[in-house]
Ligand binder design. Structure first.
Ligand code: FMN
Length: 147
């Protein structure tokens, strides 16, 4: 059975809920899923996964949350050829750089040679019904790309 790993950063819970939605959707599609907070795992753990997913919020002026910086830097060192990846996250459009960290992780994943399995999903604060639909579609799209 294919294995998906979801790594998330979440200060006030919005991104964790988003990660939960993706996790449940992938499980419903028959995958094994491991979900961990970003300080509890190494980026190299993605080497054992078929699908690698990051869920992150964006902090001040479009900066990465402090707690995910080490993970982000480790990810830059990896070769994830033959893996699928996807990125989701929460932000607040009140700020200039809405969900910028989602795009930052997208770029880093692309540089690892992983293949983008689904378009990123950016959520305004907490996920609402339309976001849940988009997150479930994201999961389905990723699974459809498995070889
Ligand atoms: N959201 C953005 O999209 N871009 C930002 O630059 C940004 N800066 C923030 C700075 C501060 C001090 C705070 C408190 C929030 C900021 N946000 C920004 C909004 C958070 O990303 C948003 O509240 C998100 O839902 C938090 O996710 P969490 O509940 O998983 O911690």
């Amino acid at each position: 059975m294919a294995l998906a790993k979801i790594v998330y950063a979440s200060l006030t819970g919005n991104t964790e809920e988003i990660a939960d939605v993706v996790c449940e959707a992938l499980e419903d599609l028959g995958l094994d899923v491991e979900m961990n907070e970003c300080t509890q795992v190494d980026a190299a753990d993605f080497e054992d996964a078929d699908i690698c997913i990051v869920a992150t919020y964006t902090y001040d002026d479009g900066n990465l949350p402090d707690e995910i910086i080490d993970f982000y830097e480790e990810l830059q060192e990896l070769d994830l050829t033959d893996k699928l990846y996807g990125v989701v996250g929460s932000g607040d459009s009140f700020y200039d750089y809405f969900c910028k960290c989602v795009d930052d992780f997208d770029k880093v994943f692309a540089a690892t040679n992983a293949k983008k399995g689904a378009e990123s999903v950016k959520v305004e604060l907490a996920a609402e019904e339309n976001d849940i639909v988009a997150l479930e579609a994201f999961a389905k799209e990723l699974v459809s790309k498995l070889g």
